[in-house]
Design a protein around this ligand. Sequence first.
Ligand SMILES: Nc1ncnc2c1ncn2[C@@H]1O[C@H](COP(=O)(O)OP(=O)(O)OP(=O)(O)O)[C@@H](O)[C@H]1O
Length: 257
Amino acid sequence: MSVSPPAPRLERMDNVVELDGVTRIYGSRRRPVAALRSVSLVVSAGTFVAVMGATGSGKSTLLQCAAGLDRPTSGRVRLVGQDVTRMREGALTRLRRDRVGFVFQSYNLLSELTVRQNVLLPRRLGGPRPRPLDEVLAEVGLSGLAGRPVGELSGGQRQRVAIARALAGRPAVVFADEPTGALDPATGGQVLRLFRSGVDRSRVTVVMVTHDPMAAAWSDRLILLRDGEVVADGPTPDPTTIAERLAATVSDPVVAR
Ligand SMILES: Nc1ncnc2c1ncn2[C@@H]1O[C@H](COP(=O)(O)OP(=O)(O)OP(=O)(O)O)[C@@H](O)[C@H]1O
C-alpha cells in the first residue's frame, strides 16, 4: 500500500512576519529622523521573538511597521502572507482584527467594562469567533472574574485580561510592546509564561519589545537594534549574556555619532 507524502508546508504562510528593506523616516524633509534603516527579517510561525536595544533605537517603530499600524517610508512588510505595505486601510484593519493580537504596557483596556466584555470586544467589532471564554480565562488564571469591571483589577490581572483578549481570537501573531514594563518581576513572569505557552501549545508567534533581559530570556530569538538597524539576530541566550550584549550595543561608539 502506498502512503502519500504529507503536503508540503506553504512557505509563505509559515512566515508570519516578513520585513524586506524596511526604512521608516519621521520628521520633516529638513530634519529627517531615520527610525528604521533598511531592516530585513523573517519570523516563522510558532516563534517567540524579543526585540531589544537602547532608547530610540527603533524597537517600537519596528513593531508598529511589522504589525501594520504604521507604514514604512520604503521597503515591504508581509503579515500572515499578505503585503500590507500598500493595503487599503479597511482591509488592513480587518487583517489586524482577525489575525493579530496586541498587548501594550498600558493594557489598553476599557476599565468600565467587565473582563468578559473586554475579552469579547474584538468579536463585537466583527472579529473572528473567539475560543470559549471560560477556557481562555482559565488559561490566563482569571476564572471567576468574568463579571468584574477591569477598573477593579490589579495591574497583573489587567495584563492577563489583555492577553486573554489577544489570544481569544486564535491570532497568528501577537505583538507586545513592553508588556511587563509596569509589573513587578513575579507578576511579569506570570505574563511571560502565558506568551510562552501560547507559542508552545498553539504555535502563536509572539514579537515582544522589552528593555528587560529577564523578560527577553523567555523568547526563542533575540533581535538587537542599534540606531534603526539590526545588529544582532539569533537564538536567545541566558539573561546575563543578554544584558552583556545589550550593554555592548548601547555603549558601541557608533551609537554616539
Ligand atoms: N512619531 C514620531 N515622530 C517623530 N519621530 C519619531 C516618532 N516616533 C519615533 N520617532 C523617533 O524615531 C526613533 C525611534 O523611536 P522608537 O520609539 O521606535 O524607539 P524605541 O527603541 O522604541 O525607544 P524607547 O525604548 O524609548 O521606547 C527615535 O529617534 C524617535 O525619537
